[in-house]
Write a protein that binds this ligand. Structure first.
Ligand code: GLC
Length: 719
């Protein structure tokens, strides 16, 4: 296809149509979710049949029908691109990305993304609005569930896995990747969605940009510009972010698409006077596709006539869109591999469920265990709480995922013990404000008859995700009361915590003997959690986002700076305000999180010993080999994550007290020992100095190797 010729054959109106994206419901009747405010565009219906792409649709039949109706009415017969939010699965849903990050298993994440891609291709999805690569530090923000956490290195490793996985070829078709939200949307002030972000270039480059860059380097075809302002200028019209950094520095020549109505929202921000102004600024920033607003269609012609933009600029933008359509084979086959029969074969297939189950097993985090876990078949358990029979554990972005396909916790447990050994009761709802405890009486009776109590409690999937900011990251009061009732009975109590974000778990930790954090575990959640509860699988997840004692500590993250008066060992909360030390700490809450980044327990006990460095100094062109012995001293086989951290003690820009620079996930049989090695090179020591140069500086470095439970330290010099 000669795309230059094709562009030359198009009228300006047809070109502008290619830059317009709207919901499929403007073409066919669909119940596909609206992922933003319902809206109209104020344009003639004919533009719908000049559009370039659509978003959100329910599978192959809708894709085929939408494309057919569109092409029937289209003059130039250029097929639509079909885009969809496939974030943690398409029909077979695996755990939310914050959970997948906790698996510390990039290969598993790639396998899951590849599974999602195959199911998406069968539905005719051309572009997925994923991965979401916004670094997060504030659990009040509902979209932390979509991220892989607070560390730029881990997020970058996972960004590549997401991208590579989604790029799997299936029946000769691929799904294009649209990374989001560029940029730094996760730094929304006060954790309130769509709020401003404001940070130094140093912070932006050191923490928030690396994961986006990793996905671009892995071949992401599209970047979504975000809703937020960055230092006072909305990202979707921010030339520094979109032109200087993304296009010029990162050499990204793919498509930039605005987030939903974000271009029209430049007016709400107070950055643009009107839609015409918004169109001019966004076009100037090379935002190629306008999602769910039509300022380009309405005003670009006038802007060209006024000499404010050139038609050549529009041609460049249209070329980027047509190149992607050509790359995805649309000109050869507008329906790609959309096939309802293929969907049936792939959706929730045995193989796909097995992948989703392994992902859920590896992403759950054992936060506490006083020996109440694992359970045994003979034990009678009281299975109590609103999640015991719930399928609504797929997360906010569940694409075609259906809660009816979910294996519930009750169903999963029934595969491990006798029905008579499960005394089940939902007891109360998952609504945070609900104080109705009329179900407690029956539930407590069951608790009294049981050997152990399993509480399935936490945050429902619709309390996190887009537009779901919370000022208090707490469990419903009734869920805490269930823990208290169990505590009164003095029986081993296990809390199974469902959530899309870090929550305040201090009370749960005091009241329960064991805590298994299961996030939103997806379609196979019940099987995975039951396998973990009964020891058929051994928990191995590690947190990638700090869990605070209190919401008041937010934002909280492990790779923080020291300050000039760091809290010293022994600086505990004073008994009297007059005793407050002059150090960086609160009078009323600890500095440290309740559960830190990298933390997670196992049924085994892994002992780390013999940390060795091949040298105590390193030249720039050299490297140091780090080795450590890991022994599984427990009686369960299990996986363990070994984490490598560095600290640059002194530099021209102060450096964090620790930074993750490597990790390895190993498997050890009970009693087995293994030596794990890492390589340190100069690249790992680099940082942005105050001239924004990415450099290393001579000096002293601490090295820490940890499994999130115990940590060994050493040091070396860069010379
Ligand atoms: C939403 C989200 C974005 C999503 C897009 C399309 O507003 O911010 O993540 O991909 O709209 O649904």
């Amino acid at each position: 296809m000669n795309l230059n010729k094709l562009i030359d054959s198009l009228s300006l109106e047809e070109k502008l149509g290619q830059l317009f994206q709207f919901h499929t419901s403007f073409i066919i009747k669909t119940s596909a979710d609206l992922t933003g405010p319902d809206t109209t565009f104020g344009i003639d219906k004919k533009y719908i049949y000049r559009g370039g792409s659509v978003l959100s649709f329910k599978g192959a039949n809708e894709m085929i029908e939408t494309q057919r109706v569109y092409l029937e009415h289209s003059e130039n017969k250029i097929p639509l691109l079909f885009m969809h939010n496939v974030v943690n699965g398409h029909k077979t849903i695996y755990p939310i990305p914050l959970a997948m990050g906790a698996s510390f298993n990039p290969e598993l994440l790639e396998e899951c993304s590849a599974m999602a891609a195959k199911e998406s291709i069968a539905s005719g999805v051309h572009v997925t609005f994923a991965p979401m690569l916004d670094l997060v530090r504030d659990a009040r923000w509902g979209r932390v569930m979509e991220s892989t956490g607070e560390d730029p290195y881990l997020n970058s490793v996972m960004a590549k896995s997401f991208t590579d996985g989604f790029h799997v070829s299936y029946k000769g078709q691929k799904v294009a990747v649209c990374l989001k939200h560029f940029a730094a949307y996760g730094a929304a002030e006060a954790g309130r969605d769509y709020n401003l972000t404001d940070m130094s270039e140093h912070t932006l480059r050191s923490y928030y940009l690396p994961a986006y860059k990793a996905s671009i380097d892995a071949g992401a075809e599209m970047v979504m510009s975000s809703f937020n302002t960055i230092n006072g200028i909305p990202a979707s019209a921010n030339t520094w972010i979109l032109n200087d950094i993304l296009r010029d520095e990162y050499k990204f020549d793919g498509i930039v698409i605005s987030d939903y109505n974000a271009i029209r929202e430049l007016i709400n921000h107070g950055y643009c006077q009107n839609e015409k102004d918004a169109a001019e600024k966004a076009i100037g920033c090379n935002v190629d596709i306008e999602m769910m607003s039509a300022t380009y269609i309405k005003h670009a012609k006038e802007l060209i006539e006024e000499g404010k933009i050139k038609e050549a600029q529009i041609d460049k933008m249209v070329m980027r869109v047509l190149k992607l359509k050509e790359k995805l084979g649309l000109f050869k086959n507008p329906y790609s591999k959309a096939n309802a029969e293929d969907e049936k074969r792939l959706f929730c297939s045995k193989k796909h469920r097995e992948i989703a189950r392994r992902a859920a097993e590896e992403s759950c985090v054992l936060l506490k265990n006083n020996g109440a876990l694992p359970l045994s078949k003979q034990e009678k358990i009281a299975l109590i709480g609103p999640f015991i029979n719930s399928g609504e554990t797929l997360g906010h972005w569940r694409s075609l995922g259906d809660s009816k396909d979910t294996v519930t916790l009750y169903d999963g447990i029934l595969k491990h013990t006798y029905k008579r050994n499960i005394l089940a009761d939902t007891a109360c709802s998952f609504i945070v404000e609900d104080t109705d405890d009329s179900g407690f009486k029956e539930a407590i009776k069951k608790m009294k008859r049981a050997d152990k109590i399993v509480l399935a409690i936490g945050e429902h999937q619709m309390y996190s995700g887009e537009g779901r900011s919370r000022a208090k990251i707490i469990l419903p009061e009734n869920h805490i009361r269930l823990c208290k009732e169990a505590k009164k009975l003095g029986k081993p109590t296990i809390a199974v915590i469902y959530t899309g974000r870090p929550l305040e778990l201090s009370e749960v930790s005091e009241l329960c003997d064991s805590i298994l954090l299961v996030w939103q575990p997806g379609t196979e959640g019940g099987n995975a959690i039951a396998n973990l509860l009964y020891g058929k699988a051994n928990p191995c997840g590690k947190l990638t986002m700090s869990f605070p004692h209190s919401t008041a500590q937010l934002p909280i993250y492990y790779n923080h700076l020291s300050t000039g008066r760091p809290k010293k060992e022994g600086d505990e909360l004073p008994s009297h305000p007059s005793l407050m030390p002059f150090t960086s700490m609160y009078e009323d809450v600890k500095n440290e999180p309740l559960y830190p980044f990298g933390f997670g327990l196992s049924y085994s006990e892994f002992k780390l010993s013999n940390l060795k460095l091949s040298a105590d100094r390193m030249a720039r062109d050299d490297k140091i080999t780090v080795s450590i012995e890991v022994e599984n001293c427990g009686k369960y086989d299990g996986k363990e994550v070994i984490e490598l951290y560095l600290r640059d003690r002194f530099a021209s820009v102060v450096r964090p007290v620790k930074e993750l620079r490597g990790f390895k996930k190993i498997f050890l049989k009970a009693g087995e020992k293994q030596t794990v090695t890492f390589e340190i090179n100069e690249e790992m020591l680099k940082f942005y100095n105050n001239k924004m140069q990415f450099v290393s500086e001579n000096g002293d470095f601490d090295i820490m190797v940890s499994n999130g439970v115990c940590e060994l330290k050493d040091e070396f010099k860069l010379i």
